[in-house]
Design a protein around this ligand. Structure first.
Ligand code: SF4
Length: 233
């Protein structure tokens, strides 16, 4: 009885981030779990995952895994979503939007050849809207812009800034992910400056792409992702 009350109190205290943002119970973990269970147990189709209703409700889950740690029943919706998407994509193919997000670092690398032009295209209302419509991105979303130069380029030109002015009190390895490299370069620069001011020598970790975007968006087999992870660790 006590455990049940505690579990209920915990359940009430916890809300899926999607519910907090959208204020709709249909986006709650419970709603997703119920829809999934209903279709998987009652579907007349050979492939019970092949229902657009499940896709619509799963699409809004951001796979933050909040429910796994917070839910009293440890519902891991992010895992269910990955499983569902594998079945869905097996049948319907991987959408263009998903591919674009998965390979965003390769696209950024191409865009970085002419960052000013790329940013102009992404900020021009007409072109950006067209781009978003083709990819199936929500119109209100802004497309991440490129920095004027990559962090690697800045580091090459500012090698002396990796050392503090006084004798280093230690070394810190900096792992530069794709987003810090192309989009949030300024944060990487500030991190280097902060560490050296604190008296640390900054060393740049040599690694392949982190594969973060692929991890988020590739299919469950995710061979490129696994390869990225193996390359780095
Ligand atoms: S993983 Fe769980 S908490 Fe996070 S958005 Fe999905 S259902 Fe909500």
């Amino acid at each position: 009885m006590g455990r049940a009350i505690a579990a209920k109190q915990k359940l009430l205290a916890v809300q899926c981030v999607r519910v907090l943002w959208l204020r709709e119970m249909k986006n709650s973990t419970r709603a997703r779990a119920n829809i999934l269970r209903e279709f998987l147990t009652l579907s007349p189709k050979k492939n019970p995952f092949d229902h657009s209703e499940i896709y619509d409700i799963m699409d809004l889950c951001v796979s933050c895994k909040g429910c796994k740690s917070e839910c009293p029943s440890s519902v891991d919706m992010a895992r269910y979503k990955a499983e569902f998407l594998q079945h869905w994509w097996d049948k319907h193919g991987i959408p263009l939007r998903t591919r674009a997000v998965a390979y965003i670092s390769s696209l950024n690398r191409i865009g970085m050849l002419f960052p000013a032009i790329t940013n102009y295209l992404f900020t021009n209302k007409f072109i950006a809207n067209l781009f978003k419509r083709v990819l199936g991105i929500a119109p209100k979303r802004s497309i991440p812009l490129l920095y004027r130069y990559t962090l690697s380029r800045w580091l090459k030109r500012n090698k002396h800034k990796l050392l503090p002015h006084r004798k280093p009190i230690g070394s810190v390895y900096l792992f530069i992910d794709e987003f810090t490299e192309y989009n949030d370069t300024e944060i990487g620069i500030k991190a280097v400056e902060l560490l050296t001011r604190l008296g640390y020598e900054v060393k740049i970790a040599v690694h392949k792409e982190s594969g973060r975007a692929l991890f988020e968006r590739t299919d469950k087999k995710g061979r490129p992702t696994c390869q990225f992870q193996r390359n780095n660790f």
